[in-house]
Write a protein that binds this ligand. Structure first.
Ligand SMILES: Nc1ncnc2c1ncn2[C@@H]1O[C@H](COP(=O)(O)OP(=O)(O)OP(=O)(O)O)[C@@H](O)[C@H]1O
Ligand SMILES: [Mg+2]
Length: 411
């Protein structure tokens, strides 16, 4: 009886929200036709096709008045699939919760009408963001379970960085390529090892190696060390073609917190955030309103043109019980690898060494006639590389002149 009662009650609500929508559309002079009505885990959504699409902004701005008039906590408005979608938050009694038993394969949760939201490596690196308690760790666990139940340990390896020791259910999971890293030393080793693996794949041009996932929870803590951040950045920058992927979870998802790396984590899972500005930065859509989500697994998935609100399917004991287990040896990092990641030099720049061929070019052309732009264009030099070569050649010429003058005086 209960589901039927809920269902008819929900239909009544949907009708009421549609009436409120109609009323406010009339009041502000908007014209549109109702095209879709769906249930999400915590909202009812109504999709409207505007007769005049240039009225989009006006239609999106109707979210707050709609919430007020409909007597619901929040309305989120967004454009999707040619429609303006209004998501009316449901009262808690109507909320649905999903477990991994509700999904299959690579699905992480369910969007409206129970459509699965699937984890994908395109874009290659993912971000899970939200305030404390928004459900980031549960989301990361659900993503990891999706991956670990889809791929065999031969097809996928996992490096798991967990400073808060929240992932004890994954201890000795057969996919782990080293024990879960929690202590600062272990975290550093784990990231160095992943970079070492990447460097090896690069050197040997291995593009069909097994997938390597580097999952980092509490990234603000795990990557607060500069060398760790550089190591993660290095993976984000060049790992795609070598099948090494980052999944980074943090409650501090700003550029200042994750400098130089946030823009590369564009497969985004965004839960409740603290304000509209953070929402706009993370979602790339001003007005989307991740700060109005209900928390605890209510997430937006944004990847390229895809934008979906969904409820994360939580993992239960039984899901973990089914994971294959194995004893795992600690990672060994060659001391040499410490050289790969200089702590205070940006990775990817040519190292600052004097190149005799470039120095000869400076000598030949006259060092004062070479601008930074030319140095960049002709020799792929940074400003400091240019300064180094210019200074060297000027000193070289000065010394030559001095020697010549001394020789002439002597003669
Ligand atoms: N998908 C979900 N479905 C139902 N409840 C959830 C879901 N995700 C999280 N919760 C609830 O919210 C609580 C907090 O979730 P979680 O630990 O994942 O938050 P968090 O964002 O990682 O927080 P913190 O930043 O403090 O680590 C969980 O213990 C659970 O009770
Ligand atoms: Mg957490």
């Amino acid at each position: 009886m209960t589901p039927n009662f809920q269902q008819s009650n929900l239909q009544g609500r949907a009708r009421r929200y549609a009436m409120v929508l109609d009323l406010l559309f009339n009041r502000v002079g908007l014209v549109g036709s109702l095209k879709t009505a769906h249930r999400g885990a915590r909202h009812l959504s109504l999709g409207v096709r505007l007769t005049d699409p240039t009225h989009l902004d006006k239609a999106l701005k109707l979210a707050e008045p709609l919430a007020l008039h409909a007597g619901t906590e929040n309305v989120l408005a967004q454009r999707a699939g040619g429609l303006v979608i209004y998501q009316f938050q449901l009262a808690q009694a109507f909320w649905e919760y999903y477990t991994r038993a509700d999904v299959s394969g690579l699905a992480v949760g369910l969007a409206e009408a129970r459509r699965p939201v699937v984890f994908d490596f395109d874009p290659p690196h993912a971000l899970v963001a939200g305030t404390s308690g928004s459900g980031k760790s549960e989301t990361l666990k659900s993503i990891l379970l999706a991956l670990l139940t889809t791929y065999t340990p031969d097809g996928l390896g996992l490096v798991l960085i967990d400073p808060h020791r929240d992932y004890t259910d994954f201890i000795n999971a057969a996919h782990l390529v080293m024990p879960i890293a929690a202590e600062p030393g272990e975290i550093q080793t784990a990231l160095l090892w992943a970079n070492q693996e990447l460097a090896q794949r690069k050197a040997q041009d291995i593009k069909d190696g097994k997938l390597l996932i580097v999952a980092i929870d509490e990234a603000d803590q795990a990557l607060s060390d500069k060398a760790n951040l550089e190591a993660a950045k290095n993976i984000a920058k060049q790992a795609r073609k070598y099948r090494v992927h980052l999944i980074v979870s943090t409650h501090k998802p700003l550029h200042t917190d994750l400098p130089g790396i946030l823009d590369m984590l564009i497969n985004r899972f965004v839960g409740l955030v603290s304000d509209a500005k953070i929402s706009a930065t993370l979602t790339g859509h001003a007005g989307l309103g991740a700060h109005k989500l209900t928390g605890k697994g209510d997430f937006l998935h944004i990847a390229g043109a895809v934008l979906e609100r969904f409820q994360v399917a939580m993992a239960c004991r039984a899901d973990f019980a089914r994971l294959p287990r194995a004893e795992i040896a600690p990672a060994v990092v060659q001391p040499l690898d410490l050289v790969i990641l200089p702590a205070d030099k940006p990775i990817g720049r040519p190292s600052l060494e004097l190149d005799p061929v470039i120095a000869a070019q400076y000598f030949w052309r006259n060092p004062d006639s070479i601008s930074i732009a030319m140095a960049r264009e002709l020799f792929n030099l940074s400003r400091s590389g240019h300064d180094l070569h210019k200074k060297f050649v000027i000193e070289f010429i000065t010394e030559l002149r001095r020697l010549r003058a001394a020789h002439q005086i002597g003669a």
